[in-house]
Design a protein around this ligand. Structure first.
Ligand code: URA
Length: 436
């Protein structure tokens, strides 16, 4: 029996893999001596049998070391954040320039939409001219000159994850906490930040729908990052309703710019302050959470965060004038209101379904080759716990110039809102479900 088959059989039968067995597997994935079938079999065995904390850490480090590992120490202290994503989650767009304005450098490598969730890269690319595909040299220049870089993953970072992720996508092995932990952290740790804050979403619009699963993933992310000697903190936050009002790409950039101007929805502001305060504390820029929040709020109000965003846009090839003139962002060609049929309280928003419906109008891709229509999206006016009068808009569908309204679409959007009788109620989840 070959080494890899022995490893597969051991995990299939519930055994604990050694660091060496995990390292050999990842090396074989990277140099392609392990076949797709063998890799998929081990992934399925891990998915069914799970992994111990030590196995998860070994897998993370082996995957991290499958490619380049970046040393950011020439830049001084560099921070990063990771969100597990959801619908309307645009915190990176605000947080990166806001931290730069507060004197904390960030280097963020973001992804595209995955499943029903939006992707930071698609949002950034809604800004005319913005280039997310940047080299390591450009990344270094951006971190040094602007104080933040907003780039796409390069081919050189964690190549084992790229192959394993593609296999997981087609073998029903995405939803495994050890595999998700290793996938996220192999990339995060390889890019060398000195402190990371994690935002693990939970609720019906999150990958981890149950708070207990979000807790387990969050603990694994924070503890494994700390085990590397870096600072880490995290939160489980609500994704049983979209974050903010805008869902899409250009409209999420617009909402982010509004917050950078000191305006913008309260839940998005709270999300950004929560994560940002941890990183200001980690960087030693503030001594208390109160002081950190005061500094962050001041930068949102005095225009310095917005100036930092304009600088990063300009440095990455985009038109910084969007910060002053929101009409320069891609605009919808048509709008359709979805109104409440009767008065009542919103009991539930089917957030995952809303995300999937947004993909249908071009906010993301159902297939890899699909093209995003940056001007398409939603404005969500009512969320869980809020009251609505009969005939009031729950949501507005915005269609970009390349997009037609799909058949029966407005009825399907309306069905995402469960409205009950009676007065307002608390949302099912508080915004901050848990500090990890
Ligand atoms: N994001 C990742 O990078 N990997 C996963 O497995 C899930 C989300």
């Amino acid at each position: 029996m070959s080494l890899i088959v022995r490893t597969i059989v051991k995990k299939r039968d519930g055994g604990e893999l050694s660091e060496g067995e995990i390292r050999d597997f990842v090396a074989g994935v990277t140099n392609r001596t392990v076949t797709d079938e063998q890799a998929a079999a081990l992934l399925m065995a891990i998915c069914c049998r799970g992994m111990t904390t030590a196995e998860t850490a070994a897998l993370t480090f082996a995957m991290m070391n499958s490619g380049e590992t970046w040393d950011l120490s020439p830049h001084g202290f560099v921070a990063d954040k990771h969100s597990t994503g959801g619908v309307g989650d645009k915190s990176t767009l605000v947080l990166a320039p806001l931290l730069a304005a507060c004197g904390v450098k960030t280097g963020m490598m973001s992804g595209r939409g995955l499943g029903h969730t939006g992707g930071t890269l698609d949002k950034l690319e809604a800004i005319p001219g913005f280039v997310t595909g940047q080299s390591k040299e450009a990344f270094d220049r951006l971190v040094e000159k602007v104080g933040c870089a907003l780039i796409a993953a390069t081919d050189t970072v964690a190549p084992a994850d790229r192959r394993l992720y593609a296999l997981r996508d087609v073998t029903g092995t995405v939803e495994s906490i050890p595999l998700i932990t290793a996938s996220i952290l192999s990339k995060k740790l390889a890019t060398g930040a000195h402190a990371v804050v994690f935002d693990v979403k939970t609720g019906n619009g999150a990958f981890m729908q149950k708070p207990e699963d979000a807790h387990t993933l969050g603990r694994a992310l924070v503890d494994t990052t700390r085990a590397t000697g870096r600072k880490a903190s995290g939160y489980v936050t609500a994704m049983d309703r979209p974050v903010g009002i805008a869902v899409g790409n250009a409209n999420e950039v617009e909402e982010s710019i509004r917050l950078l101007r000191g305006d913008g929805p309260a839940d998005l502001r709270e999300n950004v302050l929560l994560l940002g305060a941890d990183l200001l504390l980690a960087a030693g820029v503030a001594d208390t959470e109160k002081e950190a929040r005061r500094r962050l709020n001041a930068s949102l109000q005095d225009g310095t965060a917005l100036e930092a965003f304009a600088r990063v846009i300009a440095e990455q090839g985009g038109n910084p004038a969007v910060c002053d003139d929101l009409a320069l962002l891609p605009q919808p060609a048509a709008k359709h209101e979805v109104k409440a049929a009767a008065a009542g309280t919103v009991r539930r928003v089917a957030t995952r379904e809303l995300g999937l419906l947004s993909i249908e109008i071009g906010c993301g891709r159902a297939r890899k080759e699909d093209v995003v229509d940056p001007a398409s999206g939603f404005r969500v006016f009512r969320k869980t716990g809020e009251t609505v009068a009969a005939g009031e808009p729950l949501l507005v569908v915005e269609l970009g110039p390349r997009t037609q309204l799909p058949k029966g679409y407005l009825e399907r959007v309306a069905a995402c809102f469960e409205i009950g009788e009676g007065a307002g109620a608390e949302p099912a989840l508080p915004f901050v479900v848990e500090k990890l």
